[in-house]
Write a protein of this length. Structure first.
Length: 85
């Protein structure tokens, strides 16, 4: 039997606190600073989002997924699997 490491992904949602005078200002601040705002501390899994990272939101064929993994994730060596004892 071989063992493969296949990239998977899923989504979570959370809340972050933003200090502002209005909700509009809070939204604008978050939009302008999204890359510097720390992640929330109580993430919750979004049901139905767990999938293989195939480059096509889980809709790629097996052949397309293998090609994507080899090219994007550079798994040409490790994708062939390691023999389990």
């Amino acid at each position: 039997m071989k063992k493969f490491s296949i990239p998977v992904k899923w989504e979570v949602w959370d809340k972050v606190e933003v200090k502002a005078e209005t909700i509009e200002e809070a939204i604008q601040f978050l939009k302008n600073n999204i890359d510097t705002i720390p992640l929330g501390t109580e993430p919750e899994y979004i049901d139905g989002t767990y999938q293989i990272d195939d480059g096509h939101d889980g809709q790629a064929s097996i052949e397309e997924t293998e090609k994507y993994l080899r090219e994007y994730w550079n798994l040409s060596g490790g994708i062939d699997g390691e023999i389990l004892n």
